[in-house]
Design a protein around this ligand. Structure first.
Ligand SMILES: O=C[C@H](O)COP(=O)(O)O
Length: 255
């Protein structure tokens, strides 16, 4: 059975004060039977992790990226080893804002995923097509080539130790969510592709949906067979909305 996973991606948002308020607000809610991760900017990871512990919140931390390099003269980069060193268990790689905004190729994303796994981190690998690619009928080609680059680098089992996130670029921060049917078709194709390499890993792999997930649409998305939770941007900045989305994931785990 796959346990649903709901991940907050705060992107370049937050402050010490705002983060403390978020933790305080979230602590007032009853615990949920869903695995939760908050990916904050690097500088807040340590304090956030401590506050989750002291508030007895069952939330893990994640970084939003890691370097494709091991160490050395790479100004501004943060290595997987450093994340491991501060006890941050999760890391997002290949987010579309990095692929499209910062020119990260499939090869770079694969190298980052490899570094993450080498240092014992759980990668959340993002894939997704642009509107132009979808309209040209290239959705499967694009997401499967993004997936395969990572699978070639780390293998299916290592991917299943983390998660795969399908985020159609046209749905991110736009308010346009993929319909559950649109999302499920892509999720099923992604799982089939992993299955052709390793059926056990495919069964265990959590495939998250991301792109304008809100409390109002989360339940029907999470009810789909191959959607095992979400990667939540804007709505995760509000503790109550993230909690409601996490609540929607409770009890929709698939066997
Ligand atoms: O990582 C999260 C995704 O980019 C989704 O962001 P969004 O929920 O603001 O659309």
């Amino acid at each position: 059975m796959r346990r649903n996973l709901v991940v907050a991606n705060w992107k370049m948002n937050g402050s010490l004060e705002a983060n403390r308020k978020w933790v305080q607000e979230f602590s007032a809610f009853s615990p949920l039977d869903t695995e939760l991760v908050v990916c904050s900017p690097f500088v807040y990871l340590n304090e956030l992790q401590q506050s989750f512990l002291t508030s007895a919140l069952m939330i893990n931390t994640g970084a939003q990226d890691c370097s494709a390099h091991e160490n050395g003269a790479f100004t501004g980069e943060v290595s997987a080893a450093m994340l491991r060193d501060i006890g941050c268990p999760w890391v997002i790689v290949g987010h579309s804002e990095r692929r499209h905004g910062l020119g990260e190729t499939n090869e770079i994303v694969a190298a980052k995923a490899k570094m993450a796994v080498q240092y014992g981190l759980r990668p959340i690998v993002c894939v997704g097509e642009t509107l132009e690619e979808r309209e040209a009928g290239r959705t499967s080609d694009v997401v499967l080539s993004q997936l395969n680059a990572v699978l070639d680098a780390i293998g299916a089992e290592a991917l299943a130790s983390g998660a795969l996130a399908y985020e159609p670029v046209w749905a991110i921060g736009t308010g346009k969510t993929a319909t559950p049917q649109q999302a499920e078709v892509v999720h099923a194709a992604l799982r089939d592709s992993v299955e052709s390499r390793d059926p056990r890993a495919a069964e265990a792999l959590r495939i998250l949906y991301g792109g304008s997930v809100k409390p109002s649409n989360a339940k029907e998305l999470f009810a789909c067979n191959d959607i095992d939770g979400g990667l939540i941007g804007g709505a995760s900045l509000k503790a109550n909305e993230f909690y409601e989305i996490a609540q929607a994931a409770c009890g929709s785990d698939m066997i």
